[in-house]
Structure formats: structure tokens, C-alpha cells
Write a protein that binds this ligand. Structure first.
Ligand code: HEM
Length: 473
């Protein structure tokens, strides 16, 4: 592994790879690429190809890379133990990167995703029970219902099945049923486009030092998309408020409105709206991306698809899955875990900023340092995952060599770990099981492998289409 030269890191000259674990003089930074005058060139490289650039830097400089981008100093950490040291042991020294949060807040408002400190803690505490493994069992019929409805609309023999758009509509219907006890119908396409447009706008703005106001003429598309999504959420909330509380169904919105009724100062309707928006966006985008990649992995690995289908047939015997079946589908679960390893929907965690000094290995990193955790880089590291680009669900078997703690973290780690991780896994297992009961998926002749790009979530660079056929057990 290439170590830094003194020209690349002026403070680093005296450090060898066998440096003792004692602190270096303050002002000493880990190795990293030469920043030039301002370091903004590094930012430009990242905005063009974030994942490729981070991989190159890890190759050249190791597990802790320093980027000097005036006026910031950023540290990229990609070693499992160090990442846990940062996000678990030092969680109280970190806040989310203010610029990223400002961009997200334009749509999410002040939700559990975008707040910090005591405000975040209160929201997380209030929401957690609705997302516990036990609570989400009651959502399984809604997930199965949405899936059956989607399947009835798909052509059972389709050479050019629009996997990504079909699964995004399905994931959106699932989250709307779980949150609002309603089905998404004619709104789905418009909402899908609006989600796409806001994600693109957010992705671009993330790399600017500040945002132009949204009323600028060239931001019309974003403005319209934000309005579409806000109106969608507001409509569901208003419809619920027309009902007497005794008639409210047992779903996420009712739980939030109960909080509002109990303490309207802590939970004004705006706070209810913000949580709904976050759950709607975070709850379908990532699941849709993962299911899309899973269909690709199944199409590209016919044996793994057949093995998963055999398990589904043995366990379900043609039945619709119930909550009790989910833990029995262990091989199927491993195909989803392996998909999340290869294509983590959140390939880079939201950046953090330290509010006090943090020690990582021999480095003492001062307050205000920024930290980035590239999950995908860790998932593709041959030290933890031999032959890292191969699709091998058996890596996650009980009898496989142990995966080091922190090396696989598609849902993040520490107190800000994904709130919806159990929901996401249950949803994806139920949809995947029903998919394999009914369909076989293959790669259209001559189609190249899709190229993953970072657009808030990890998506194929072009909409993924596959060949779908009915499967007769
Ligand atoms: C495959 C599906 C999913 C993946 C890969 C995923 C991934 C993640 C990751 C990596 C984080 C942590 C980000 C960070 O530390 O910076 C996160 C946070 C979060 N996720 Fe998910 N997520 C998924 C599904 C869901 C679902 C279904 C929901 C809810 C309905 C959800 C709601 C949230 C929320 C609210 C947070 C913020 C938690 C907090 O800051 O306390 N996610 N997700």
C-alpha cells in the first residue's frame, strides 16, 4: 500500500507504518491526496465519481485518509474497527454534517433524520416502538397485499420488464399502506418522478458550499417536485384528521397523531408531517433500490435464484408468507444480505462533524473535523470478503468464516443506526419470497451489467430492465 510522501502530507514525514500508538504532535494529519491551493479540486473529483475516487484514495493512502478542502478538513475512515470506534464509542462527539442536513431539511423538515441532541433523542424514543421487530410483524399482510396487487399488474412474460420502476412503485405502495393504511394509485408515477427530481437536486446541492434559493428560475423542477411530495403527505394527514380518533386505523400516522394529541407542543402537526415525509422517503427509496439490485443478482446468478426458490417452495408450500415464515427463509435472507453487501443502498453514511477532539489510532483529530464512512468500500474489501465482487450468499451462513464486526453495515451502526432496518428486511423478504413463487428473472440477451451510481441511494446508471417469465413449480 502506498504511503504518503512528505510532499503529499507536510506533517507526515516522520511517520512510518510502524508508528507507535502514541499521539502525534497536534497539527499532524493522516495521509491523503495533495489538495492544491484550496482542495476544491478534490471535491470536484468526488462529485464526478464519488465511489471510484474514494476507492483510489483508500488504495493509495490506507484506511484513514485526510482531505484538505478549504475551509474543511475531512477524514475518510474505512476500517471496520475504526468505524465502530468512531460511530459507537465516540457517537456523543459527533453531529451530522450541517450542509448535508440543510439540504435534506428542505424536504424532511425537522425529523428524526435531520435533528440532533435532545430533540433527536425524544423523536427516536417516540418512534422506536413502531419500528421494533414485534411491531412490524403486523405489517406483513399489508406488504403481501401490496405485492399481490403489483404482480397482478405486471405482464407475466415480459422481455423488457422495467424492474426498477415496478419495484419502486411497489415499495412506495408498501410504505403508504404501512403509514397511512391507504393504497397509492394514480399518484405513484408522479410521486416517483418527484422523488427522483428531489434526489438529483439534493445530490448536486450537497457539493455546493451554499444553496441558491428555491425560487430561482432554474430550480423550477425541484420546486415542483417538493410541492408534489408535500401535497401528497398533507393529503393523507388531512384525510385522517377528518375521522374521529376512535376510527383511526392502527398505523404509523395514527401513532404520530396520538403523540400530537398527548403533547401538541412537542408534537405539532408540522412535526407529524416531517416524520411522515422522512418515513415515506427513507422507507421506500432504499428498499426499492435494494430490491432492484436483488433482481439483478438473481438474474445474473441462476443457481442462487433456483436455490432461493427451492427454499421458498419448501417453507411456504405455495402459501402467502406470514410473519412466522420470515425467520424460516434463511437462504433467501442471505441473498438479500449479499445484495446489500454488493450494492448497499446507502453506500456512504451521512457525513459527521466532531464537536470535540477524537482519537483514532495514533491520530488526535481536533473538534470540527469532518468524517466520512464509505460503507461500500468496506463491503468490497477483500480482507473481510474474499473474492469481493462475487455474489456468494453463503458468506452469511452460520458455518461460514466470521465476518469482522462492523465490516458489514448496510444500515449503519451506533445510536443513529437505521430506524427502519427490521421493517426493511421483513418487507424485502416477503416481496422476494412472493416474487420467486411466481416469477423467474433472467438477463436480456446482450445486456451489459448495470453500472451503480450514487444518487443519494445507489442506483443503476440507467433504469434497469430484465426479462420476466412465469415460473411453474
Ligand atoms: C434497504 C433498506 C434501507 C437501508 C439500506 C437503510 C439504510 C440506512 C442507513 C445506512 C442509515 C444511517 C445513516 C447514517 O448513519 O448516516 C439509515 C437511517 C435511517 N433510516 Fe434507513 N435504510 C433502509 C430502510 C429504511 C426504512 C424502511 C425506513 C423507515 C420507514 C428507514 C428510516 C430511516 C431513518 C428514520 C433513519 C435516520 C435514523 C436516525 O438518524 O436516528 N430506513 N438508514
Amino acid at each position: 500500500m502506498k504511503r504518503t510522501s512528505s510532499s503529499e502530507c507536510p506533517y507526515q514525514a516522520a511517520l512510518s507504518s510502524s508508528a507507535p500508538a502514541s499521539h502525534l504532535p497536534s497539527g499532524t494529519w493522516p495521509p491523503g491526496p495533495a489538495p492544491g491551493l484550496t482542495g476544491w479540486g478534490l471535491l470536484r473529483r468526488m462529485s464526478r465519481n464519488l465511489l471510484g475516487t474514494l476507492a483510489e484514495w483508500r488504495q493509495s493512502y490506507g484506511d484513514i485518509v485526510h482531505l484538505r478542502m478549504w475551509p474543511e478538513r475531512q477524514i475518510i475512515v474505512s476500517e471496520p474497527q475504526l468505524v465502530r470506534e468512531l460511530l459507537v464509542n465516540n457517537h456523543d462527539a459527533l453531529i451530522r454534517w450541517e450542509r448535508g442536513i440543510r439540504v435534506f431539511s428542505q424536504l424532511h423538515g425537522h425529523s428524526v433524520l435531520t435533528t440532533e441532541g435532545k430533540t433527536w433523542q425524544a423523536k427516536r424514543h417516540a418512534l422506536q416502538p413502531s419500528f421494533s421487530p414485534k411491531s412490524i410483524q403486523s405489517f406483513v399482510p399489508a406488504i403481501a397485499g401490496a405485492t399481490a396487487k403489483a404482480f397482478s399488474q405486471w405482464h407475466s412474460a415480459d422481455k423488457d420488464w422495467p424492474a426498477e420502476s415496478a419495484l419502486t412503485s411497489l415499495a412506495m405502495d408498501v410504505i403508504v399502506r404501512m403509514m397511512f393504511s391507504c393504497e397509492i394509485d394514480e399518484d405513484a408515477r408522479i410521486a416517483e418522478q418527484a422523488v427522483h427530481d428531489t434526489a438529483r437536486a439534493a445530490n448536486a446541492e450537497m457539493y455546493w458550499p451554499a444553496s441558491w434559493p428555491d425560487w430561482m428560475p432554474w430550480k423550477r423542477k425541484k420546486r415542483q417536485a417538493v410541492n408534489v411530495l408535500s401535497r401528497l403527505i398533507d393529503r393523507y394527514i388531512q384525510a385522517r384528521l377528518q375521522l374521529p380518533p376512535a376510527a383511526w386505523p392502527a398505523d404509523l400516522l395514527s401513532r404520530l397523531l396520538e403523540l400530537h394529541r398527548e403533547d401538541s407542543a412537542a408534537w405539532p402537526l408540522k412535526a407529524v408531517r416531517d416524520e411522515c415525509m422522512t418515513a415515506f422517503l427513507a422507507g421506500h427509496e432504499t428498499a426499492a433500490a435494494t430490491l432492484t439490485w436483488w433482481t439483478w443478482c438473481m438474474a445474473a446468478n441462476a443457481q442462487a435464484q433456483a436455490a432461493a426458490r427451492r427454499e421458498v417452495q419448501e417453507v411456504l408450500q405455495g402459501r402467502v408468507p406470514t410473519a412466522n415464515d420470515v425467520p424460516m427463509l434463511s437462504h433467501l435472507t442471505r441473498t438479500l444480505q449479499e445484495t446489500l453487501r454488493l450494492y448497499p443502498a446507502a453506500p456512504v453514511l451521512l457525513s459527521r462533524r466532531s464537536v470535540r477532539p477524537i482519537d483514532l489510532r495514533q491520530w488526535q483529530l481536533p473538534a470540527r473535523t469532518m468524517f466520512m464512512v464509505p460503507v461500500q468500500l468496506m463491503h468490497h474489501d477483500p480482507r473481510w470478503f474474499p473474492d469481493p465482487h462475487a455474489f456468494r450468499p453463503e458468506r452469511f451462513s452460520h458455518d461460514a468464516p466470521e465476518i469482522p464486526r462492523g465490516a458489514f453495515m448496510p444500515f449503519g451502526t451506533g445510536p443513529r443506526v437505521c430506524l427502519g432496518q427490521h421493517l426493511a428486511m421483513t418487507e424485502m423478504i416477503v416481496i422476494a419470497a412472493m416474487f420467486l413463487q411466481r416469477f423467474e428473472v433472467t438477463i436480456p440477451v446482450g445486456m451489459p451489467a448495470p453500472v451503480p451510481v450514487f444518487n443519494i441511494s445507489l442506483r443503476p446508471s440507467k433504469p434497469l430492465c430484465l426479462t420476466l417469465s412465469e415460473c411453474f413449480p
